[in-house]
Design a protein around this ligand. Structure first.
Ligand code: XMP
Length: 328
């Protein structure tokens, strides 16, 4: 496709859908998709677009501060930050089933957007009825059976938080300008919209965040805090070794098991973390990334030496299929 035509077509659709006076809200995650979707809609609607960044308690190390700084400095999009981490974690306490987690997260997101829209009523005279999301074509395919396929819901692979995780009584009309595009097309569109390269080149990060990277109960013990530290060491090491741009996505996973180790002559019974890195062109299929042994040695040593409570690091050597990229 010609991306300039796609851009024009999607901008025309936004104009037609929203009309001349309505206001729109947009959930910005700090990732490529929502940033490109928001930038496109901002081109059309200007200050009738109200962006919100939700700190859901499931973000990576220092992510909220980093993302808000970058929005302010480079994107000039109006963004309000809302912290719902306590509510989100309360909702997830004790939930272990991956689909139940995704549904709970989708519900909390929508409740938050609804409250934000209602809060705008006083200043705008009406609560915005439109919600912009950066949904991509692969999110749609993996969350819902393809149209006309006759498949039942049991064929869902994962309910992406912004598709299959949405409640049935959603009060927003969705604006999804990227719904027919793959990631590489979204990146091309972003370049056309002059979104800074530092956003375009970011690895994808799932909407449900670290909840799908802490297996089982996200709120158990110090799982989230440990995972944040491990992930930060791992991704920084990938950057230091100049590998970030060769990889589609790299992240750590917290496993709810312990193993025996020996650290400083002491027996330990501590956490196991898995590292994942894949190459892919669209996220629909993926290959595990063949790190050099020297890198794996460096990163596993660094993690065990610097993150308390971790005594074992394993590397995931499974492609998609049969695995998916995320573990849940
Ligand atoms: P899977 O794990 O399905 O992931 O192989 C494919 C790509 O999609 C991302 N992903 C999500 N992105 N909401 C998102 O915005 C979600 O609910 C979601 N689940 C997975 C995943 O990180 C990978 O890039």
């Amino acid at each position: 496709w010609n991306m300039a035509d796609v851009l024009q077509e999607e901008m025309t659709k936004v104009t037609a859908a929203v009309g001349p006076t309505d206001h729109v809200i947009c959930a910005l995650s700090g990732g490529v998709d929502s940033t490109v979707a928001a930038t496109l809609v901002h081109r059309v609607l200007g200050d009738r677009l109200h962006c919100v960044f939700v700190d859901n308690g499931l973000l990576r190390y220092a992510e909220a501060e980093r993302v808000m700084d970058t929005f302010r400095e480079h994107l000039h999009l109006p963004v309000t930050k809302i912290d719902v981490s306590e509510r989100m974690l309360a909702r997830l306490a004790g939930v272990t089933d991956p689909e139940a987690k995704r549904k709970a997260i989708g519900k909390e997101f929508i409740d938050t957007f609804q409250e934000y829209a209602t809060g705008l009523e006083a200043s705008l005279g009406h609560a915005p009825r439109f919600l912009v999301q950066g949904t991509l074509y692969p999110d749609v395919i993996e969350s819902c059976p393809p149209p006309g396929s006759g498949q039942k819901h049991s064929h869902t692979i994962k309910s992406h938080h912004n598709v299959g995780g949405l409640p049935e009584d959603l009060r927003f009309t969705l604006i999804e300008p990227l719904r027919e595009l793959f990631k590489d097309e979204v990146r091309a569109l972003g370049r056309l919209l002059e979104v800074p390269e530092r956003f375009i080149a970011r690895h994808p990060f799932p909407g449900p965040g670290l909840a799908v990277r802490v297996l089982g109960d996200v709120t158990a013990g110090d799982a989230l805090a440990t995972l944040r530290e491990v992930d930060e060491v791992y991704v920084n090491a990938i950057r230091e070794w100049g590998l970030y741009d060769d990889i589609w996505q790299a992240f750590a996973v917290f496993l709810p098991i312990r193993s025996v180790g020996v650290q400083g002559d002491q027996r330990t019974h501590s956490h196991v973390v898995a590292l994942r890195a894949v190459t892919s062109s669209d996220g629909m299929t993926a290959d595990w990334f063949p790190f050099q042994p020297d890198f794996l040695r460096y990163v596993s040593t660094k993690i065990c030496n610097s993150v308390r409570g971790v005594n074992r690091v394993v590397y995931d050597v499974t492609s998609k299929p049969p695995s998916t990229i995320e573990w849940e």
